[in-house]
Design a protein around this ligand. Structure first.
Ligand code: GAR
Length: 207
């Protein structure tokens, strides 16, 4: 049974999608053991508690420096010893030491088709604002492994979503979640939990 640590910053609808997929048997061989948030007010922490999952808050605000926060974060995660770390709307740059300690064992959901609208400054609603400003006809979501860069790691799954003429950033964000994120994130976890994902020469292979 793969022990999951899910890291969240906000509402936690992707966390909910993972929990629902486990309940429905769409994810087998994995369970959410811990949820960590950088934000004490994150609704995701409440979702975790309601589901009997250990919910932990580690906020950069409670530390003297970013370095001190990073050290505490890495130490905590190492102590929890998860098999897979899932960044599900975690809007904090993951410390390099964590990436080194968990190579190809950290995955992230990003609300665009990488390499479009990703990297520094592209998170949450901003991604959809940028997609609308560029006038793309198709956007979507990507699940990828986390490497040393920002949204640069090997891509596991992607799903496209059509942009409608009447879309606002909010309506597009919602549809990308419903039609793409809540499907491909649980699917990627199921594939990994069942030993079907490998990384070869920087690219993902799915058996
Ligand atoms: C999701 O849309 C996720 O893709 C995005 O934050 C939202 C979190 O929603 N992540 C990023 O932008 C990462 N760069 P949720 O808390 O309801 O799951």
């Amino acid at each position: 049974m793969l022990k999951l640590l899910v890291c969240v910053s906000g509402g936690g609808t992707n966390l909910q999608a993972i929990l629902d997929a486990i309940d429905a048997g769409r994810i087998s061989g994995a369970r959410v053991e811990y949820v960590i948030s950088n934000n004490a007010g994150a609704y995701a922490l409440q979702r975790a508690r309601e589901n009997g999952i250990e919910a932990i808050c580690l906020s950069p605000r409670d530390f003297e420096s970013r370095e001190a926060f990073n050290d505490a974060f890495v130490e905590k995660v190492k102590a929890l010893a998860p098999d897979l770390i899932v960044l599900a709307g975690f809007l904090v740059a993951v410390p390099q030491a964590l990436v080194e300690a968990f190579p190809n064992r950290i995955i992230n959901i990003h609300p665009s088709l990488i390499p479009s609208f990703c990297g520094v400054g592209y998170y949450g609603l901003r991604v959809h604002e940028a997609a609308l400003a560029r006038g793309v006809r198709v956007t979507g979501a990507t699940v990828h492994f986390v490497d040393g860069g920002m949204d640069t790691g090997p891509i596991i799954l992607q799903k496209a979503v059509e942009v409608r003429p009447e879309d606002t950033a909010k309506s597009l964000q919602r549809r990308v979640m419903e039609e793409a994120e809540w499907q491909i994130l649980p699917r990627a976890i199921d594939l990994i939990a069942n030993g079907r994902v490998s990384v070869e020469e920087g690219k993902v292979r799915i058996k």
